[in-house]
Design a protein around this ligand. Structure first.
Ligand code: F6R
Length: 259
């Protein structure tokens, strides 16, 4: 894994956006794996600026969201379909027909999950997957104890995740209990991965993911098996890492990444 420690979240957003923009510039029809939540918002804002200025053209790119809540309407402002439309599709100038979100309202959930997997395969696969990380080490909504080779499926959210996401809803009771999420095996199929994390609440999860044993108890640790995963963390999120001098040295020697 490549660990990039940056001074603050704005710098992290610039590094992540640069990696993503480079993929899209090299391949305008690139397939982007899209995370929701607060972690990638700065990255999306950077990419939106590039789209607006004409530096990067996302109009031929496709997108696949990581996950979606079960049981809230697509037009609910906190459904991930609405969030992706608002924060990504419109701002980056992507074609809405090419941006996909798992169908959390499907009556046949297993069939909807299989269809989502098939659509990702049919697209040629994800070129670059953007990830955040939960305080409990989840990626997508693959909660601790998720199979490391899981595919898109329904999951029950842990009380911790529901509490963490209550800030997006009027009350904890309004946070859905279930979701559809790409599996860890699905995420691992992406050709390239960039995980962004900011703030001290993520420090333990980042350390477990990067330096801990690979374990279903920290689902993000599966990324240690990925051949091309970059983890972009600010100082607060890097606080529990032990090899920080080494990571900084590596980073300093990659002028391409200089901020
Ligand atoms: C969202 C997702 C989650 C979040 C994680 C961190 O699509 O898949 O794994 O990335 O819960 O959330 P934030 O960024 O809000 O701290």
């Amino acid at each position: 894994m490549e660990i990039v420690i940056v001074p603050d979240s704005a710098a992290g957003a610039r590094v992540a956006a640069r990696l993503i923009a480079r993929v899209v510039t090299a391949k305008p029809t690139a397939v982007l794996g899209l995370a929701t939540g607060s972690s990638p918002l700065g990255t999306y804002a950077e990419l939106a600026e590039q789209a607006t200025s004409g530096t990067t053209d996302f109009s031929a790119a496709s997108g696949f969201a990581l996950d979606e809540y079960v049981g809230i309407p697509a037009e609910h402002p906190q459904s991930y379909a609405a969030v992706i439309d608002r924060e990504v599709t419109r701002r980056l100038g992507m074609d809405p027909a090419r941006v996909h979100v798992p169908d959390g309202r499907a009556t046949e959930i297993p069939a909807a999950c299989d269809a989502y997997e098939a659509a990702i395969r049919a697209s040629g696969g994800v070129d670059i997957q953007i990830l955040g990380i939960g305080a409990n080490g989840h990626i997508g909504f693959n909660e601790p104890s998720s199979s490391l080779s899981s595919r898109t499926r329904i999951k029950t959210l842990t009380p911790r995740t529901r509490a963490d996401n209550a800030r997006f809803f009027d009350s904890l009771d309004d946070v859905p209990t279930h979701c559809l999420t790409q599996g860890l095996g699905t995420i691992m199929d992406a050709r390239r991965i960039v995980l962004v994390a900011q703030g001290s609440a993520k420090a333990a999860a980042v350390a477990a993911a990067v330096e801990g044993p690979v374990s279903a108890m920290c689902p993000a640790s599966v990324l240690q098996f990925h051949p091309h995963a970059t983890v972009v963390v600010d100082e607060a999120a890097a606080a529990d890492l032990t090899l920080t001098d080494y990571y900084r040295h590596t980073y300093d020697n990659k002028p391409d990444w200089q901020i």
